[in-house]
Ligand binder design. Structure first.
Ligand SMILES: [Zn+2]
Length: 254
């Protein structure tokens, strides 16, 4: 039996789903309101304990196994879901290969760089003369200081060298900055700041880990109006929603 099969055998999908969906027994199956789309009238969500699967017959028209469910609920990728469910089921996963270890370290390094970038952009917004324009702009749009704090908004200064220079001075390489999506590359191979004179907001995954940035132009004629981090190992655009973790917290606390 593979680890995946063993986890599925040991976990009761009804238990896992029940953490976020009130399920009612209906014959051999369970039904409830789908947690992934607005669903309040007819329960569109079905769980089959025997096969360990679920499906939404409503708007989502989507289903899968317990891994797919927690990936969707938590915003996890498959390795994250696998680790969490293995822990929960008490299944020992085989040790990661040297390649996987190296990849994990690389990802951790990039995340550290991105967290430092969050702090860098915030510093520029809150404590610099240049950031005053951006701060006034945000206040002018009705954002309170508390909101700016909660969403960890920042400011990427005007110019092509600020972010790049700051992080090269800290010992990061141009390759690191490219991988993290903080700089772009000219055909000549030179790199330059991707975000310039923009309000910056961090985009975090389902567990609150930094994945990339969104950036809004301040000057009315700066295009595009919104610019995101490029697709990268950490920033999977298809999976991420803006401020997902924050939104989730605020939903829970209301
Ligand atoms: Zn649904």
């Amino acid at each position: 039996m593979t680890s995946i099969e063993e986890i599925k055998t040991r976990l009761d999908i009804v238990d896992v789903v029940s953490e976020s969906v009130t399920l009612k027994r209906s014959g051999k199956n369970y039904t409830g309101f789908c947690p992934f789309h607005p669903n309040t009238r007819t329960p569109a969500f079905v769980v089959w304990p025997e096969t360990g699967t679920w499906r939404c017959f409503g708007q989502c028209n989507e289903g899968g196994d317990v891994f797919k469910f927690v990936m969707k609920r938590e915003g996890w990728d498959f390795p994250e879901a696998l680790r969490a469910m293995a822990d929960r089921a008490g299944v020992q996963l085989r040790p990661p290969s040297p390649h996987e270890e190296a990849q994990k370290e690389e990802h951790a390094r990039l995340r550290t760089l991105l967290e430092e970038a969050v702090a860098f952009y915030r510093h520029n917004l809150l404590n610099t003369q240049a950031g005053k324009v951006a701060l006034d702009y945000l206040h002018g749009r009705g954002l309170a200081d508390e909101t700016i704090e909660i969403f960890e908004l920042g400011y990427a200064p005007q110019g092509y060298e600020n972010t790049r220079r700051h992080f090269l001075d800290k010992g990061y390489t141009e390759g690191d900055l490219l991988d993290a999506g903080l700089v772009s590359e000219r055909k000549s191979g030179e790199t330059y700041d991707r975000f310039r004179h923009r309000v910056i907001f961090p985009i975090r995954d389902g567990r609150g880990k930094i994945a990339g940035f969104g950036a809004r132009a301040i000057a009315p004629d700066d295009m595009p109006k919104y610019l995101n981090s490029p697709q990268s190992v950490l920033f999977d655009k298809s999976r991420l929603l803006y401020g997902l973790d924050k939104a989730r917290k605020s939903i829970r606390s209301t």
